[in-house]
Design a protein around this ligand. Sequence first.
Ligand code: GTP
Ligand code: MG
Length: 323
Amino acid sequence: MAFIDDLTFHIKAGNGGDGVVRWLHERGRELAGPSGGNGGNGGDVYILAIRDLGILERYRNIKDMVSGRGGDGMKNSMYGKNGDDLVIELPIGSIVTDSRTKRKYNLVNDGEKILILKGGRGGVGNEHFKSSTNISPTQFTPGKIGEDADFHIELELVADAGLVGLPNAGKSSLLNALTNAEAKVGSYQFTTLEPNLGALKGGFILADIPGLIEGASEGKGLGHKFLRHIKRTKRILHLISLENTAIIDTYKTIRNELKQYGQGLDEKEETIVLTKTDMVDKKALDSAIKKLQKFNKDILTVTVLDDAIIKNFSDEIVKRLRK
Ligand SMILES: Nc1nc2c(ncn2[C@@H]2O[C@H](COP(=O)(O)OP(=O)(O)OP(=O)(O)O)[C@@H](O)[C@H]2O)c(=O)[nH]1
Ligand SMILES: [Mg+2]
């Protein structure tokens, strides 16, 4: 979760197009009157939140960005075209800071779009200056300069779902199987020392935190320090290894730690995930499900050794996160 990426850009909104000096041409009359059109407005610059963690990669080598310039005015009172807006797509969780004013823009929700720079207004053509006292104006104004600024963009990820469970429950293995993460996996407790993140299909972020043990909420093990990272997640995936013989005790231990920690952790939506199904027979699996149903009916089962099961499991999680 401490995953923060940052970039700096100079961004400029397009200048307005210039107004122009043009004249009407009527049969038999030279310079029948002013007809110079106004310039179009320069394009604005927006930032747009999307669900794609990897998108900052796209900007890695870019230092400057600019939106479209407004077109110049034209003859016959025609306006110049407005410049194209620039919409900069950034991952949800991006914080964009204007380096000079220190103003911050937070992209919190999917699809959120915020204006950060205004394009310059188009200038006016000579027709604009026409009046009873000035029937052949030669004035025009140039387009205004668009706003520009340096921006610092940093990413603070907000995970959609957090994997919790005892050490060895298979959290990191499942994260790796479901996402592009390459978390360390080991057959001993506390393999994971820091949170790992991965992106599911649809861009949903999964966070894997170190295993919790009894007393974690009071600081035992590593869990405490990292429980705060699941504070902002919508859903908890509560992993229980089927290797475990005391399934209910295990479930209650973790639930109790979430409750003790407070901050609403135990009120989050929970999916129970029984892991390592390859290690038990159907009877043991059914019995575990039956026991747990008293606490929560949303139970999934998984093994990381079977690609088809993983694919199916991934779809089930995405379905719940879409809700
Ligand atoms: N047979 C089998 N073994 C698994 C499965 N998933 C994980 N394991 C094994 O279980 C052990 C623990 O896996 P991890 O993914 O490191 O467990 P963890 O919950 O992240 O553990 P901590 O980081 O210590 O909290 C490793 O030896 C894995 O290879 C599974 O579906 N089937
Ligand atoms: Mg782990």
